[in-house]
Write a protein that binds this ligand. Structure first.
Ligand code: GGG
Length: 364
């Protein structure tokens, strides 16, 4: 039997509620399709920080390095400043493990009410590739004269030629693998005349290597409007760390819920483990109630299965998710339902089993 070793990091808040559902679904897929995932769980996050004064131990990266992948929940806790938790846990992992391509799909699933008028399932089907190791999240800067009237803070965005080139190439290859083969470069190079002009130049040079691609350059503000006005025109986009983070929250909103947005933080060279997590945060307002939508985490698990080489299982999990949203009878409150987090996970598993039985027991 094929076996994969995965680091399980639920993190904070609803991470503890949605990750078990992803684990449950992956176990069921493994039983049906002949693979097994062995987990080691790490309790790093804000509660660890409150006990130890650090979000994860000093040797965390060495301990994570041997795993095939990392399955992550969420980070953030009301009594820990967000910049401490994000810069203490997720960002060091993304940066040290060169997870430079953050793949964030937006798909309008069947049965999910769309806040945009007249949109049908499939009308929204795009992927944002977010530069994930530098840009506005590089962490370069500082504060001086704290508390004084002349207090000053500097936060410098870092854009390197190599950093831009590798993420644009990844996005171009991803777009080439999709039927429409369309790639939009999203920047703000009219205002940011140094870093984003470099980005645009690199984009043009890399895109020229892919003559079959249709490319476009759109400013990020115009792209925000296009998400709402014409999302069906979008296929693959590539954008900086901050711009893509903002756009993808909008992407999940137009697809009906933050609870439906998955992501993969990929090190394409596979030199380091990649990390899979829902886009949503720890949601302290609903944490502990058992009502968080686990679909984003389950979909992120499907992305992990595909990355591990289990594409039939990944496809089957996606079909099961579609069956659950389409039926509409077991949905969490964010989608207008009354189901609990674990009931949605159980329903995805039931649909998985149904799909295999429907195929006469042989999907591989
Ligand atoms: N599961 C993702 C998560 O916890 N996100 C919290 C957050 O603030 N993320 C910012 C980011 O992804 O850069």
């Amino acid at each position: 039997m094929r076996e994969y070793h995965v680091a399980l990091m639920p993190g904070d808040g609803i991470g503890h509620e949605v990750c078990p559902e992803g684990v449950k679904v992956m176990a069921a897929a493994g039983d049906l399709l002949g693979f097994r995932i062995a987990y080691e769980t790490f309790d790093w996050g804000c509660e660890y920080y409150l006990r130890h004064g650090e979000m994860m131990p000093a040797d965390a990266l060495q301990r994570l390095q041997p795993f095939a992948a990392i399955y992550f929940g969420a980070v953030g806790f009301p009594t820990v400043p967000d910049h401490i938790s994000l810069h203490g846990l997720l960002l060091p992992i993304r940066q040290a493990f060169e997870q430079y391509a953050n793949v964030r799909p937006s798909l309008l699933l069947p049965g999910v009410p769309c806040p945009l008028r007249d949109k049908q399932p499939g009308d929204i089907d795009f992927i944002v590739v977010r530069e994930n190791t530098e840009g506005e999240y590089a962490g370069a800067g500082g504060r001086i004269h704290r508390g004084l009237p002349l207090e000053l803070a500097v936060e410098t965005s870092i854009f390197t030629r190599e950093g831009v080139e590798r993420v644009v190439r990844f996005a171009a290859e991803l777009a080439m693998a999709r039927p429409r083969k369309r790639l939009v470069n999203v920047t703000k190079s009219n205002a940011q005349r140094h870093s984003m002009v470099l980005w645009d130049e690199v984009f043009e040079r890399v895109a020229a290597e892919f003559p079959a691609l249709t490319t476009e350059r759109v400013l990020v503000d115009a792209m925000a409007a296009r998400f709402v006005l014409k999302p069906e025109s979008l296929d693959v986009m590539v954008a900086s760390n901050l711009f893509a983070d903002i756009l993808t929250d909008l992407g999940s909103a137009i697809c009906g819920s933050m609870g439906l947005a998955p992501s993969a933080n990929i090190n394409p060279e596979r030199k380091y483990p990649s990390l899979f997590e829902p886009v949503h945060g720890s949601a302290p307002d609903i944490a502990g109630r058992g009502t968080a939508n686990p679909i984003a985490a389950i979909w992120s698990a499907a992305m992990m299965l595909e990355f591990l080489g289990e594409k039939p299982a990944a496809d089957m999990v996606m079909d099961a998710i579609r069956a659950v949203t389409s039926a509409g009878s077991v949905l969490t409150p964010d989608l207008g339902g009354r189901a609990r987090t674990s009931e949605v996970g159980d329903e995805v598993v039931a649909q998985l089993r149904g799909l295999v039985e429907g195929a006469g027991g042989s999907i591989a």
